[in-house]
Write a protein that binds this ligand. Structure first.
Ligand code: NAD
Ligand code: MN
Length: 499
């Protein structure tokens, strides 16, 4: 006898039938002015010339604001304001300087949502990252250095360490507010005053931070913020009355700055590019490693100097890792940076998109195999699909040059020695990752890697207590931790520095 099994329909539990509903963060909390001046001597002032430039939202190409373009005359005014403020700032006790830093940290926490929304709009990065990463980490840097301000005598940097004076600081667009806090917090804690320039595509959170300085009653001139592009940065670097230059950005500009400052009395720290190896051994917990690979290179659209852009995977598990990685990438959501579910936001600028496109085209031309998940790109704005290259030769441009985009190059190794040799086969030396079940293997590998930061079974973790910085063409000097304080203090044999 036949039974009829077709009468009761079986619900399809495998394929969800719902449609995606966006969860946008309200943008009203962030007020964007039509026009911004320069922040000099505690006030917003007009630039000497009437020149300005536009900042746009890279996810929509919407015009956001006109921002003052500072020239050498404006930089001179800003440096003079910083110099004038230096005496009083240095006379304060460490505890009093710390009080201002605590205030800035707390105000930033209070206005965290405003900063997160503004950063996402101006930079294109997902709100999930600005809300949970950029802003809290920036506040943590301020808190941490507030704590150091009255304990400098105990930092192991000699008795009574002295500030350098005026710091000229130039920062990039990939972590605009976070890089600002990495620069300002140690400088202020150690008694220096600053002139800082945010990147030309992302000036808005720095200008909001200027308002925070006013709100905190920070003495005028301790923090000066000038806006503009490369020429404005160059004017800060070249200014005679700047005692210390701190630069984060491209290796090419870093090299030019180092050449320019050679033979001068100015102190210099450089935090430049990277081409980090993320090493996965065959005994690694694979699902965890895949999450780490995704975090390593697709976080912040790969606009990360310490991004794990070269995956070195042990040959025996290559296929399994690549298959699981591709399956994971299929689930990433690309789109509106203000949508709380977005994983991948916009590329920061048309220029950066062009650079990523050109470099990835060489990948195919040099014989690597290219793969991206199916995902639709919005019509407006600058977008790039997460991309994985397999079969990559060690000498290929995509394996040697910093792409600074959501692009992963996969290489293989057979033995730990080979992993280390390949990982170190780069002009850079900023960071590296190790994935393995064995503690002894972590230590063996980390000991041999020429990288300023080595993460084990994690990636892209930032903590103010941990010094960050590079070897080789990734630059020199450290930011964060006790080491980061040294970059803003005079060595005992430094006779130039006045009190
Ligand atoms: P960039 O080095 O040109 O810009 C970084 C900052 O330096 C900006 O504020 C810029 O206005 C300023 N600047 C530019 N020229 C200057 C000069 N001559 N003197 C002083 N300051 C100057 O970097 P970019 O063009 O925005 O990006 C290009 C590449 O740099 C990226 O593709 C990436 O590889 C790398 N990059 C690295 C980092 C990092 O965090 N290490 C950050 C941004 C870019
Ligand atoms: Mn912008």
């Amino acid at each position: 006898m036949m039974t009829d099994t077709t009468t009761t329909p079986v619900p399809d539990l495998v394929t969800p039938s719902w449609d995606y509903a966006p969860a946008p963060e309200a943008r009203g909390i962030a007020t964007i002015r039509e026009h911004y001046g320069l922040f000099i001597g505690g006030e917003f002032v007009d630039p000497a010339s009437d020149a300005s430039f536009a900042t746009i939202s890279p996810s929509t190409e919407e015009h956001l604001a006109e921002v003052a373009l500072a020239d050498a005359t404006d930089v001179d005014r800003a440096v003079a304001a910083a110099r004038k403020a230096a005496k009083g700032w240095q006379k304060l006790s460490g505890a009093q300087r710390g009080k201002y830093l605590y205030r800035l940290a707390r105000l930033l926490q209070e206005r965290a949502r405003e900063f997160a929304v503004l950063e996402s709009i101006d930079n294109g990065k997902p709100i999930r990252e600005t809300r949970d990463g950029d802003v809290p980490t920036a506040a943590a840097f301020l808190f941490y250095h507030a704590g150091w301000a009255d304990k400098l005598d105990h930092a192991g940097l000699g008795p009574d360490p002295r500030p350098l004076g005026v710091a000229g600081q130039v920062i990039p667009w990939n972590f605009p507010l976070l890089m600002l806090s990495w620069k300002i917090a140690p400088a202020l804690a150690t008694g220096n005053t600053v002139v800082i320039k945010p990147a030309e595509t992302t000036p808005l959170t720095a200008l909001l931070f200027a308002e925070l300085c006013q709100q905190a009653d920070l003495p005028p001139g301790v923090v000066n913020i000038v806006t503009g592009a490369g020429e404005t940065g160059a004017a800060i670097v070249a200014h005679d009355d700047v005692d210390k230059v701190a630069f984060t950005g491209s290796t090419a500009v870093g090299k030019a700055i180092q050449r320019e400052l050679a033979g001068t009395r100015k102190r210099l720290t450089l935090e430049l590019g990277g081409k980090a190896a993320n090493i996965v051994y065959d005994d690694a917990p694979i699902d965890q490693a895949v999450e780490g690979i995704v975090d390593g290179i697709f976080f912040n659209q790969g606009h990360v100097c310490c991004a794990g852009s070269r995956l070195l995977v042990q040959e025996s598990i290559h296929d399994e890792v690549v298959d699981r990685l591709k399956a994971r990438l299929q689930t990433l959501r690309l789109g509106d940076p203000l949508d709380k579910n977005t994983d991948i936001g916009a590329i920061n600028s048309a220029q950066q998109l062009e650079r990523i496109t050109t470099l990835t085209d060489t990948g195919e031309a040099e014989g690597a195999e290219r793969w991206s998940p199916d995902c639709e790109l919005p019509d407006q704005g600058f977008w790039f699909r997460p991309t994985v290259f397999t079969n990559v030769a060690q000498a290929a441009r995509i394996a040697t040059e910093e792409i600074f985009g959501p692009v992963l190059s996969v290489l293989t190794f057979r033995t730990p020695d080979e992993a280390v040799a390949k990982a170190n086969n780069t002009a850079y030396g900023l960071s590296a990752g190790i994935w393995t079940d064995k503690g002894s293997r972590i230590l063996w590998t980390a000991d041999r890697l020429k990288a300023g930061v080595v993460w084990a079974n994690t990636f892209n973790r930032f903590d103010p207590t941990s010094p960050f910085g590079g070897y080789k063409e990734s630059g020199f000097g450290r930011e964060g931790g006790r080491h980061g304080l040294a970059a803003y203090l005079a060595a005992s044999d430094d006779v130039e520095v006045s009190r």
